[in-house]
Design a binder for this molecule. Structure first.
Ligand code: DC
Length: 208
């Protein structure tokens, strides 16, 4: 069973993907981490995340250990990731890795922006998770404060809006729900309620 979960940042898709993977006993890939790792490699080499040849080189040299760096979660890495993700040649390099992961026996859960539309268009279940920009900024601020980092909610909301704009309007693989995706708005749901709703959607897809 392949479960594809897409949606904008801080809508809750990562938490839901982990919860669904644990519930159904499936491996999970956070595909945003791939773009973040590419961006971090470019930044660490002193490059510009908008530079196609630097970003493609970083994507080609990506190794599993690049996916565990704690700096992947930094806001600066997220912004740079959104820029490398807009480069079609970078996306092409990362397609095979994601499809290989999805093709494991038994299936997998993948979360990202284009899993249901491009990476796994034949996924058994597609979820598109959203939440209001204000709720997403609030959640991101709480996460940052929990890590002891300063967080300005208004600034985070502006950054989220900028990133949404870039992710939704890029030419290749823009962020948008697949036609057959189930929409899940988590604005007024806590983590447990959102996970219950997601499990119910998956169960319904499994029992036609
Ligand atoms: O989900 P995230 O914040 O970790 O994603 C980081 C960036 O990577 C974000 O700007 C969108 C981009 N991304 C993408 O374009 N396609 C994916 N499948 C996953 C993430």
């Amino acid at each position: 069973m392949i479960i594809a979960i897409d949606g904008p940042s801080a809508a809750g898709k990562g938490t839901l993907a982990k919860g669904l993977a644990a519930h159904f006993g499936l491996p999970h890939l956070d595909t945003g981490a791939l773009y973040r790792a590419v961006a971090l490699r470019v930044l660490d080499a002193g490059g510009d995340p908008g530079d196609e040849s630097a970003a493609v080189q970083a994507a080609q040299g990506l190794a599993l250990e690049n996916l565990t760096d704690p700096r992947l979660r930094d806001e600066a890495t997220g912004s740079a990731a959104s820029r490398v993700a807009a480069i079609p040649a970078v996306r092409e390099v990362l397609v095979a890795f994601q499809r290989d992961f999805a093709g494991q026996p038994g299936g997998a859960v993948l979360d990202g922006r284009d899993i249901g539309t491009v990476i796994c268009p034949d996924a058994d279940v597609k979820l598109f998770v959203s939440a209001s920009p204000a709720a997403r900024a609030e959640r991101r601020a709480l996460e940052m404060k929990a890590k002891g980092q300063p967080a300005d909610v208004a600034e985070i909301e502006r950054d989220i809006a900028r990133r949404d704009e870039r992710d939704s309007n890029r030419a290749q693989s823009p962020l948008k729900p697949a036609e057959d995706a189930h929409l899940l708005d988590t604005t007024n749901l806590d983590i447990e309620a959102a996970l219950m709703a997601a499990i119910a959607i998956v169960q319904a897809c499994r029992t036609p």
